[in-house]
Design a protein around this ligand. Structure first.
Ligand SMILES: [Zn+2]
Length: 147
């Protein structure tokens, strides 16, 4: 088994440590790194799993990317796509909805597309989620060529 980040061979212990805690296979160094990112940004585990699933498909996502205003869960800066994982989708308040809308407005102003994905969608439909994001990236690239 290898680390999903650096491709290094990992031990059974490293596998257990990273998979039990994060749901991905990482070496000791990358497990530490990801844990620190989660601690600093309150990153949902589903964002970590989606990040590595996208990487595996040959995409180039960035985790907790600072857009100048806030940290974005996953970003594809080349095609200006932001992905946010919603963890409290069913409990969304009016205030939060308005805040999300305002953030979306700022993103659009900067030419960014923001896609919000409920964490359970990532959890239960990871492959479909990845395919759809890859489709969005392809479409965004095509639009950029037209412009
Ligand atoms: Zn690694």
């Amino acid at each position: 088994m290898t680390c999903s980040d650096c491709g290094k061979e990992i031990s059974q212990h490293e596998h257990k440590e990273s998979f039990d805690n994060l749901g991905v296979n990482l070496c000791e160094r990358h497990t530490k790194l990801i844990k620190r990112i989660i601690l600093n940004n309150n990153t949902p585990l589903e964002a970590i799993q989606l990040f590595y699933a996208l990487k595996k498909k040959g995409a180039h996502p960035m985790l907790e990317w600072w857009d100048g205003n806030k940290s974005v869960d996953i970003a594809f800066s080349r095609v200006k796509l932001n992905i946010e994982i919603d963890t409290e989708y069913n409990l969304i308040t009016h205030e939060q909805a308005l805040k999300d809308l305002e953030e979306a407005m700022y993103s659009f102003k900067n030419g960014f597309t923001t896609v919000r994905i409920p964490h359970l969608t990532v959890k239960y439909y990871l492959e479909d989620t990845v395919e759809n994001i890859l489709g969005i990236i392809t479409a965004l690239k095509a639009h950029m060529k037209v412009i």
